[in-house]
Design a binder for this molecule. Sequence first.
Ligand code: HEC
Length: 83
Amino acid sequence: MPSDPALKSLYIQSCYGCHSTGVASAPRSGNQADWAPRLQKGMDVLLSNTINGLNSMPPKGMCMGCSEEDFRNLIVFLSGQSE
Ligand code: HEC
């Protein structure tokens, strides 16, 4: 779980449902093998795919109140780049 309480609540409300267990082959939170090919696209692509959606990933991961900075922080967490 993200250590920052605000980020943690966004993660639980919006991303956890799919990304904790890998629903519809979502890359699993903190799973390096799942994220390695994604990280190669670079943060800008990951951010724009998060905002616009990608296949079964809904636009903004259904977090309509999330800012671009929130998404950036969530992606850093999901991809295991933070603790
Ligand atoms: C309804 C399920 C669902 C929710 C909710 C969801 N995701 Fe996803 N996510 C997916 C799936 C499925 C994929 C894989 C899409 C693909 O590659 O076809 C994905 C892929 C991604 C990727 C990789 C994109 C890429 O270019 O490879 C990122 C980053 C991501 N999600 C971030 C988030 C964030 C941040 C949240 C919460 C705000 C979130 N997701 C919420 C299902 C979800």
